[in-house]
Design a protein around this ligand. Structure first.
Ligand SMILES: [Zn+2]
Ligand SMILES: [Zn+2]
Length: 369
């Protein structure tokens, strides 16, 4: 079928909204009518060619939600009409990582995601002239419709508005998993969040639900710090000076038990490290361009300080997404509050430019606008 989609033909060029061809789902795949898609900072990294070569031409979009239109013959967990959120790591549940419970590191998913194919190594997308198109992180949801692996469509309660549901599958699961699965924050522990964009604000919210105290939000931008305070940060610190780490250390006693880096730059990774107390752990959530390295004062390993990464929530998204949807329905997780604009698909390039300039937190593209 013909669908309208946002295509990256070349890095550092605007996406083109055009008609592309979408083939029907295979036996273990699902066709979804996309309702809404979030524009994430990783989209900027991908569009700017910072995640490596060979990633185009590609239909972008990896955070979204929609309604199932048809399913392959082997699919039983969803049916036409179901509301689903997309999951960018459709875990196979059979590989070595999946068997160890590290579903976010599923080996075939890790191979196919950057390749732009679905789980069988092929694409359902092409240009009208037959040129194959890659699927953005196995999701390709900056489009009217998409075909995803069965495990890439997670059933969500229909009461949750799809614009809000669209945020769960990248920003929210990444943030809540970093706090709950990677750092395992306990009530009363102190935490600092370096970077209060779309994901950083969700880290703040997750820390609030985990009853961390104090929760110190750090950002260069005063407007983002105000959003962080509204989402549960107990203190805010404007960064950009040599005293940032000292101010955070003072607010947390001897330094924070947990530091979350949600920017993806070496200087903010170093700042997260510098804010830790002895024995504290920094979790790097931010995505850095390929080739970037980070330096740390090695003597401080003597104080049991740790630094670790967290990818896609370090857990089982298939279980976490429905749980997060229930939190949102119960009023314990404010999804609408991080959305700073809602726009049609055609506005995708403006949304990417705002992220490049560091403005706003989340744009949601509404495919029905
Ligand atoms: Zn993302
Ligand atoms: Zn696997």
């Amino acid at each position: 079928m013909r669908i309208r989609a946002a295509v990256l033909h070349e890095p550092r060029r605007p996406l083109v909204i055009e008609e592309v061809e979408l083939a029907p789902p295979h036996d273990d795949e699902v066709l979804v009518r996309v309702a809404a898609a979030g524009v994430c900072h990783s989209d900027v990294r991908l569009a700017d060619g910072e995640l490596g070569d060979g990633r185009w031409p590609l239909v972008m979009g990896h955070e979204g939600a929609g309604v199932v239109e048809s399913v392959g013959s082997l699919v039983t967990h969803v049916a036409p009409g179901d509301h689903v959120g997309f999951c960018i790591v459709p875990a196979c549940r059979a590989c070595r990582e999946c068997m160890a419970g590290r579903f976010n590191l599923c080996i075939p998913a890790a191979e196919n995601g950057p390749r732009g194919t679905l789980m069988d190594g092929t694409s359902r997308l092409s240009l009208p002239d037959g040129t194959p198109l890659q699927h953005g992180l196995m999701t390709a949801c900056f489009a009217e419709r998409t075909v995803v692996a069965a495990a890439g469509a997670i059933k969500l309660p229909p009461e949750l508005p799809l614009r809000e549901a669209s945020l769960l599958g990248c920003g929210v699961v990444t943030a809540f998993g970093a706090v709950g699965n990677a750092a395992r924050v306990q009530p009363g522990e102190s935490a600092v969040v370096v970077g209060c964009g779309g994901v950083g604000l969700q880290v703040v919210a997750a820390l609030g639900l985990a009853r961390a105290d104090p929760i110190v939000a750090v950002d260069l931008d005063r407007a983002k710090l105000e959003l962080a305070a509204a989402r549960g940060a107990t203190h805010t610190v404007e960064s950009g000076s040599a005293t940032t780490a000292a101010r955070v250390t003072r607010l947390t006693g001897r330094g924070a038990d947990h530091a979350f880096e949600v920017v993806g730059r070496p200087e903010t990774m170093r700042l997260a490290w510098d804010c830790l107390r002895p024995g504290g752990t920094a979790v790097v959530v931010g995505l850095a361009p390929r080739g970037v390295e980070v330096a740390l004062p090695a003597i401080e390993f003597l104080s049991d300080k740790c630094i670790r990464g967290s990818y896609y929530g370090s857990g089982d998204a298939a279980a976490d997404l429905p749980r997060l949807a229930e939190l949102a329905l119960a009023g314990d997780l404010d999804l609408a509050g991080v959305v700073t604009s809602v726009e049609p698909l055609e506005a995708v390039n403006d949304a990417l430019d705002r992220l490049r300039r560091g403005e706003g937190s989340r744009t949601v593209l509404d495919l029905d606008l």
